[in-house]
Every structure is written in structure tokens, then in C-alpha cells.
Design a protein around this ligand. Structure first.
Ligand SMILES: Cc1cc2nc3c(=O)[nH]c(=O)nc-3n(C[C@H](O)[C@H](O)[C@H](O)COP(=O)(O)OP(=O)(O)OC[C@H]3O[C@@H](n4cnc5c(N)ncnc54)[C@H](O)[C@@H]3O)c2cc1C
Length: 384
């Protein structure tokens, strides 16, 4: 392993891999990515539902989606391997007048930024798109037909292998144990396999980003929050192109995923922690709600359950940029449950921040760490 590097990236999920690739395309010097697991994408990236969408509530998230989904949808053309993008459409079910008003505003914003095919739906239109769904209490909805799903593993592994081909070094099985600030600037990154001297460190440690921050005395407000979902066996009545349905009030969602449906819901009472154990009580709550909205699930068999960690920030936006109090230390983490879909754009803008001093592709300057203490945080309303 290198003992010096121009840039050290900590974390080999979708963010670290995308950043390594985007830096490597720019001749950014020696790039070293450190991942403590034996393989890449073993953190949140390997435990996510694969959803990709344009339907967010803030300009910065919508712009990150526009850039990122363009890459994901053209992955095969760009990299020679498909990201398995499936434009199923995210179909939001809205059950209160407040949600109807919020989505009306969001749709206008999304359209104004160029997402022209997003639209509001009446209950009859929802029924026509998803006739098996129980629409009791639903007042309306929204859909963007280019929202859908894609494969996080392929995207992450492809960015990593392209980065390697362009000269970046990726070390798995390498745990970062400590980071020492050096007199006169720069860092010594201490790992189980040796130390690396570097002027720049990027924290791409997802739900563990706060722990990496503590190593250099930074308070990074990202907490790990368990989220879980299950898969069913085949449900012949559900077409493979059935929309990705989300009930906004409860956060219940389901979409086709081999062999049947992938069904999840966020436990709003979940407290920060790192467990991957399935909460069986909450699983039953999810199942009950899912059967209410999709009655034929009553006869389906659960074939898999999986828990992962959201990397939640107070405003449900990521933290992107250099820490003002610690020159040379950068953060690209805290995507609050929607990071996979933004990983192409996040890697690109972070590479610009590192190499050009500012992001050009999408202006993410408002996503700096300092926004929390300076009262500039704006909440993303459309994360469930
Ligand atoms: C149940 C669930 C469903 C989700 N659904 C979606 C979805 O539908 N769409 C979507 O876009 N997003 C979704 N997400 C969110 C998405 O998975 C994350 O936002 C994204 O994977 C974050 O990527 P990351 O690279 O920042 O973090 P991670 O993938 O967690 O990568 C961080 C890496 O850092 C490594 N690391 C940590 N500490 C150290 C250390 N000390 N030394 C070395 N390495 C270290 C970890 O091992 C890990 O591999 C979901 C998440 C969950 C849990």
C-alpha cells in the first residue's frame, strides 16, 4: 500500500467509488481509497432498495438527480455495462390536503428545473396505473415516469474498476483507526496495514462519517438509523413494470424486484444505532400496512428480510465540501437514505470541489458542514 497519497478517500461505498473515478479522470495525482470490509459496497450501498427518482423538494436534490439519472440511464453506453435502470415511475399516494399542496409546489419546482414529465394524478388516474392498490383515503398523487430503480452494486463496482484502470489505488480490508493532524497541515492516516501521509482526506464513510470526523475533532451531525425491507416470492398478478408505489404518510413503499416485490417502510421511532438485526415487531407493522394497501400481499411469502443504515442528517441533505475549520479535510456523506441515486453527481461535484475549489456541475455550496451551526439548513421534505 502507498505510504503517501495526494488524496485519501475513506469508505468504499457508492460515494467513495464514484469520487475515486471522477478524480482519476482528472489526473488528480495519487488517489488512495481505503475500505475496511473485504469487498466494496458492504455498507449502506449493499443494503438499499435501488430507488432512483427526480421527485425531490429542493433545487439542489432535483439537480443532483438530473445529472445522476442521466448517467445511470446511459451507463451501458458510457461504461459498457448496464446499471439495470428500470423506469417504473415513482407513484406517490397522498392522503392529506397538506401533502397535496406540498406536492403541487414540488411538481412546479421539478418542472421549472427541466423535469417536464412529472405530473399530478387524480385518484382515477392512480387506479388506472395501479388497479391492485387499495386507494381508500387517497386524495391524489404524483408520478414521474423516468423515476424507477437501478443496481447499486454495478454502479459502485464499475466506478471502482474504472478508477483502478485510470490509476487510483483501492485497498479493501483496510480499517482507518485514527487520523493525526500534522503540524503545518496535512494528515497521517493510521490504518491496520500502515500509515499514509496525505495533504487531503475525504470522508466518504456513510453512516460512520461522524466517527471519522471525531478522529480529527470535528462534530459531523450524521447518525446511523436502521431501515429494513423484505422481498416476497413471485406474485403473478403484479406486472414486472408495476410503478414504484410510495404512501407518503407512512413511507410504505413497494416495487417489483426479483422474484416478487420489495416492500419497505421507515420506522419513525427508530433511534440511532448500528444494528442490522431485523425488528420483527416493526416487520409485522410493515406487513400489515402493506396488505392494507395491496391486499393480494396476504397470500405472498416473505423470502428475504434485510436491514441497513440510513446516514441521517438534521435536514435530510448530504454534507458536501471542505470543513472550514480544518483545511484539507472534506466530507461527502449523510445522504439520508437517497445516496445511491445521487452518487454519480456527488462524486462529480466533490471532484470539482477538490480540484477546482468549487462545484460547477451543480452548485452544492449550501450543503457545507457549517450550515447547521449558522442556521442555513433547509429541510428536504420528500425523503421518507
Ligand atoms: C434500507 C435502505 C434502503 C435504501 N434505499 C435507497 C434507495 O432506494 N435509493 C437510494 O438512492 N438510496 C437508498 N438508500 C441510501 C443509500 O444506500 C445510501 O445513501 C448510500 O449507499 C450511501 O453511500 P455511502 O458510500 O455514503 O455509504 P456506504 O455505502 O455505507 O459506504 C461507507 C463505507 O465506509 C466504510 N468505512 C466506515 N468506516 C471506515 C473506516 N474506519 N475505515 C475504512 N472504511 C470505513 C464502510 O465499511 C462502508 O463501506 C437506502 C439505504 C437503506 C439502509
Amino acid at each position: 500500500m502507498l505510504s503517501t497519497a495526494d488524496i485519501v478517500i475513506i469508505g468504499g461505498g457508492c460515494m467513495g467509488s464514484s469520487l475515486a473515478y471522477h478524480l482519476a479522470t482528472r489526473n488528480a495525482g495519487s488517489i488512495l481509497l481505503l475500505e475496511r470490509e473485504k469487498f466494496l459496497a458492504m455498507g449502506s450501498t449493499g443494503r438499499n432498495a435501488g430507488g432512483v427518482r427526480y421527485q425531490f423538494s429542493t433545487p439542489v436534490n432535483i439537480q443532483l438527480s438530473i445529472y445522476s439519472l442521466d448517467i445511470i440511464s446511459r451507463f451501458e453506453e458510457l461504461f459498457g455495462i448496464s446499471a439495470e435502470y428500470r423506469p417504473l415511475g415513482y407513484l406517490f399516494l397522498l392522503t392529506t390536503p397538506g401533502q397535496m399542496a406540498l406536492f403541487k409546489k414540488n411538481i412546479a419546482l421539478q418542472q421549472s428545473l427541466g423535469v417536464h414529465d412529472v405530473r399530478g394524478l387524480t385518484v382515477d388516474e392512480i387506479h388506472a396505473l395501479a388497479p391492485l392498490v387499495n386507494l381508500e383515503g387517497v386524495l391524489g398523487g404524483s408520478i414521474c415516469p423516468r423515476d424507477g430503480t437501478a443496481d447499486p452494486y454495478t454502479v459502485t463496482q464499475t466506478f471502482a474498476s474504472q478508477a483502478r484502470q485510470l490509476g487510483a489505488q483501492i485497498e479493501t480490508d483496510t480499517n482507518v483507526l485514527a487520523i493525526e493532524k500534522q503540524n503545518g497541515g496535512g494528515f497521517k492516516v493510521i490504518t491496520g496495514k500502515g500509515d499514509i501521509a496525505t495533504p487531503r482526506v475525504v470522508n466518504c464513510a456513510g453512516p460512520w462519517a461522524s466517527k471519522i470526523g471525531k478522529m480529527v475533532g470535528l462534530d459531523i451531525p450524521i447518525v446511523p438509523l436502521r431501515r429494513q425491507f423484505f422481498n416476497t416470492d413471485e406474485i403473478p398478478q403484479i406486472p414486472r413494470n408495476h410503478p414504484f408505489v410510495i404512501e407518503f404518510e407512512t413511507s410504505l413503499y413497494f416495487h417489483p424486484d426479483h422474484p416478487g416485490l420489495l416492500v419497505g417502510m421507515s420506522n419513525r421511532n427508530e433511534t440511532p444505532g448500528e444494528t442490522y438485526a431485523i425488528d420483527e415487531e416493526f416487520h409485522l407493522e410493515t406487513l400489515e400496512r402493506a396488505i392494507y394497501r395491496l391486499p393480494l400481499l396476504e397470500n405472498a411469502r416473505v423470502v428475504k428480510q434485510l436491514a441497513g443504515l440510513y446516514e441521517a442528517t438534521p435536514d435530510a441533505h448530504p454534507i458536501l465540501g471542505q470543513a472550514r475549520d480544518l483545511p484539507g479535510f472534506y466530507i461527502c456523506a449523510g445522504f439520508s437514505g437517497h445516496g445511491f441515486q445521487h452518487s454519480p453527481g456527488a462524486g462529480k461535484v466533490m471532484s470539482e470541489i477538490l480540484l477546482d475549489g468549487t462545484s460547477k456541475t451543480v452548485d452544492v455550496s449550501m450543503l457545507d458542514l457549517e450550515r447547521f451551526r449558522e442556521g442555513r439548513a433547509i429541510v428536504e421534505q420528500n425523503v421518507v
